[in-house]
Structure formats: C-alpha cells, structure tokens
Design a protein around this ligand. Structure first.
Ligand code: NDP
Length: 309
C-alpha cells in the first residue's frame, strides 16, 4: 500500500483497537525513546511486535497490546517493517547479527554519524533489505504530542518513507531530506551542534551574572527572548552563503563587532569568568577581519571553519 507522508497523524483520541489498514511493525529497543514510540504506535492501532535486550523492559508492553518477541530474529521474522531505536550503532551490529533481513524494510532511528548511516545503508542493502535512516529531533515526552513540534529527519530509500508515511508520522512529524542515507544524521547533528553553541552562550551569560544581585529566574526570560530575537539571523547567513555575497544587507559590520570584543573580554575578567567558551569564536572573528573582511558580518567564519582562508 502506498501512502502519502503526513506531518503527524497521531490523534490523542485514537483507541488502542488495532485496525486492518494499519501497518504492522517490529520495534527493536525499548529504552526511553523506544518505549515512547511503542506506546504511540499501540495507541494509534498498529499491530506491534517489540523486542528489548533486557526482557523486563518488554514485559509491560504485552499488557498494552504488543506482541513480545523472545529474540530480535523472531521480531524481524514476523514483520516487514522493522524500526530500530537502540543506544548506538554498535548495538545494531550485536542485535542484528545473523538475523535474516531479506525482503525487509529497516528504519533506523538510532543516533549516529552520517558515515555510520551510509555504511548501515550498504550493510542493509547487501542483506536484501531497504534502508531508511532517521534522526529524532525530540525528547520522549514530545512523542505522540503533535503540538510539541517534534519530528524525525529521514533520508535514504524514499519509497520506504512514502510507503510507510502514515506509520512513521504517528509518533512524530516527518521530514525527508534526501536519498543520501547520511543526510538525516547530518541534519540532526547540525541542528544539535547549533543548540550546543546556544547553550554555551547561555552558560557564559549566566556565569557573568552569577554572584551579583541579579536573580537568574528574572534574567532567564530576558536571555530566552534575546536568543529568539537573534535566531532569524540564520536566514541572512544562509542567503549570503547561497549568493556568495557576504556584504549584502550587512547591518552589523565585522569591523564593528571585533572592535567590541575587548568589552566582552574585560567584562568577563571583571566578573571573574573564564572566556574559554567564547574565545575561539572571537579568535575566528579577528582572523576573518585580518583577511580584509570588515564589511561582512559573521558569515565568513563558516569558510574559516572549513579551512578556506
Ligand atoms: P536508552 O539508554 O533509554 O535505551 C537504550 C536502548 O538500547 C535500550 O533498549 C537498551 O537495551 C538498548 N541497548 C543498549 N546497548 C545495547 C546492545 N549492545 N545490544 C542491544 N541493545 C542495546 O536510550 P534512548 O531510548 O533514550 O535512546 C535510543 C536512541 O534514541 C539513541 O540513539 C538516542 O541518541 C536516540 N534519541 C534519544 C533521545 C532522548 O532524549 N532519549 C532524543 C533523540 C534521540 P537494554 O534495555 O537491554 O539496556
């Protein structure tokens, strides 16, 4: 059956009654994320077979309507669609060793690198199965809660993504990002890397006010709102990268920003705060300025990170 992918089909009013037109599937891995996925598929009416390395974690799912398999091989044998959500790529080697995957569709929601995803795609296809990789942009409480905005990046076999669109869209939204199996992981890691950069900046900000008569609870909304206000800057960066014109529509010149860097360094020093989170970025800004890029903003730093310049 071919279905059109949907953003998120989970409906909180869905009963636990399984329905003949719902795909059956196997889920290997019932950790925090796998358990949340299992519950939404069961509540959406999908016949579900579950397996987990530690059987105690599978047992409660029998009462919720799942078939509990004794082995990963049994779970795979009973289904065509196999979803895997394990700790890491090495867990897949252990779990799927010797398992017959011929004619199966493997959807791997385990976090990994683009290279691991590409290698897993080849490994899967060599075993006679189709492969779709997924990168989950959500934490377990967001699973099955469409309004929470969580989704999964998918890449690899487009026909698998389309064929199981309704099923994959039940727990979380879906975004297909390309036939290259590594692209889901690359999008996932790129967004999470930006998140850590944001956390690093917020950490520095809290350190600056720590020890002063400033309530962090009162400060937090100011910080959060400022980050949200600045976030749209990524669109200008993207347009400049796309056009190659890094001076277009610049409002905060790099020369001006670098002139302000000592203010950040001195303030940190006066507050007794290390600059080790921000120093590498400031160093890159200075290097880019030294290349004669004072009329750009920060886009040129992208090229420095890629070793160009
Ligand atoms: P958990 O640590 O809660 O669960 C890990 C799962 O992997 C368990 O089912 C565990 O089995 C199994 N496992 C670990 N090692 C092996 C092994 N060698 N062989 C077989 N099974 C193994 O992790 P999560 O469920 O939270 O995460 C699962 C995946 O989802 C990860 O790749 C994670 O990065 C990703 N993810 C998680 C998010 C989160 O917030 N939780 C957010 C986005 C992605 P056992 O019960 O026997 O230990």
């Amino acid at each position: 059956m071919t279905r059109t992918p949907v953003a998120n089909t989970f409906d909180d009013t869905t009963t636990t009654t399984t329905s003949a037109d719902k795909d059956s599937l196997a889920l290997l891995g019932l950790g925090a994320m796998g358990s949340a996925l299992a519950r939404t598929w069961l509540r959406a009416g999908h016949p579900l077979t579950v397996w987990n390395r530690t059987p105690a974690r599978s047992a409660p799912f029998a009462a919720e309507g799942a078939n509990v398999a004794d082995s990963a091989a049994d779970a795979v044998a009973a289904n065509r669609l196999i979803v895997v959500c394990l700790l890491d790529d090495a867990s897949l080697d252990v779990t799927l060793e010797g398992v017959d995957l011929r004619g199966k569709d493997l959807v791997n929601l385990t976090t990994g690198t683009p290279a691991q995803a590409r290698a897993r795609a080849e490994w899967t296809e060599a075993r006679g199965a189709r492969y779709l990789d997924g990168g989950i942009m959500a934490v377990p409480p967001m699973v099955g809660v469409p309004e929470a905005g969580g989704y999964v990046f998918y890449s690899g076999a487009r026909e698998v993504f389309e064929e199981y669109g309704d099923t994959l869209g039940a727990p979380l939204g879906t975004k297909y990002v390309g036939a290259d199996a590594g692209f889901a992981a690359l999008h996932d890691v790129a967004l999470l890397s930006a998140m850590y950069g944001m956390f690093a900046g917020a950490t520095h900000a809290f350190a600056l006010i720590r020890g002063e008569d400033i309530d962090p609870v009162a400060f937090a909304p100011l910080l959060g709102d400022w980050l949200v206000a600045m976030a749209p800057a990524v669109h200008q960066t993207a347009e400049q990268l796309s056009s190659g014109d890094y001076e277009k529509d610049v409002v905060s010149r790099l020369a001006m920003q670098v002139a302000g860097v000592p203010t950040f360094e001195r303030t940190a020093e006066q507050q007794g705060v290390s600059t080790e989170l921000l120093a590498p970025y400031f160093e890159l800004m200075r290097r880019r300025l030294a290349m004669g890029s004072g009329d750009e903003d920060l886009t040129g730093v992208v090229d420095l990170l890629r070793g160009r310049g």
